[in-house]
Write a protein that binds this ligand. Structure first.
Ligand SMILES: [Fe+2]
Ligand SMILES: [Fe+2]
Length: 202
């Protein structure tokens, strides 16, 4: 039978593991993504709303963190993903969304075109941006927005992390721009149905 001290030490071990992983993520982001994280584009990304309740900057960080966590899990299986490519691509994958209102005529246009615009921003921020990183960014919307399927392991990692981060953006929202999930759901429903949210009769 497990004692209370067994349970506590298990909890502690789990916490230590989590802290170690978070430290490794911070160090990899700093090592391979510093020029992107310090850029003016990334600064602006933290002011641009994304997924209704988050920002492009926070979303990009979430994608990078999730992608790296996936890479570390694969490394345990002796699969070694290209970490620099994963970091650069995940941080830049949505930077094409910046100034979306001026750049795109509709949400649909933004949805379809931002991947290729993000490659342009990434080229500006990273010297000699590898072809592989460009491919990861260009295909990250797969399987939506008419995107081509990722053609590398790293592309599949970033694409999967992007979807998980999008859900998290919506559920948890932004730490910078506070919003209420109930209000967002109401707005969504109004937009979708073209109707006003029904108020309860007293
Ligand atoms: Fe995207
Ligand atoms: Fe994204």
């Amino acid at each position: 039978m497990k004692t209370a001290s067994d349970m506590r030490s298990r909890k502690e071990r789990r916490r230590e593991k989590k802290e170690k992983r978070e430290k490794k993520i911070r160090s990899d982001l700093e090592r391979y993504g510093k020029e992107i994280l310090d850029s003016e584009e990334m600064e602006r990304a933290f002011c641009q709303t994304h997924h209704m309740r988050s920002t492009v900057g926070e979303h990009s960080q979430r994608v990078a963190e999730k992608s790296l966590a996936l890479c570390y899990a694969l490394e345990k299986l002796r699969i070694r993903p290209d970490i620099p490519a994963v970091v650069a691509a995940s941080l830049c994958h949505d930077l094409g969304i910046l100034d979306r209102d001026e750049k795109y005529g509709s949400d649909r246009e933004c949805y379809r075109k931002h991947s290729s615009d993000s490659i342009e921003v990434a080229r500006k921020l990273v010297n000699n941006l590898p072809e592989k990183t460009q491919d990861i960014i260009g295909r990250h919307m797969w399987p939506t927005a008419g995107s081509r399927i990722p053609n590398s392991l790293e592309g599949a990692i970033v694409s999967a992390a992007d979807k998980a981060a999008a859900v998290e953006d919506f559920i948890r929202g932004s730490r910078i721009i506070p919003s209420d999930l109930k209000t967002t759901l109401r707005t969504l429903k109004e937009r979708k149905l073209g109707l006003k949210w029904k108020t309860k009769k007293k």
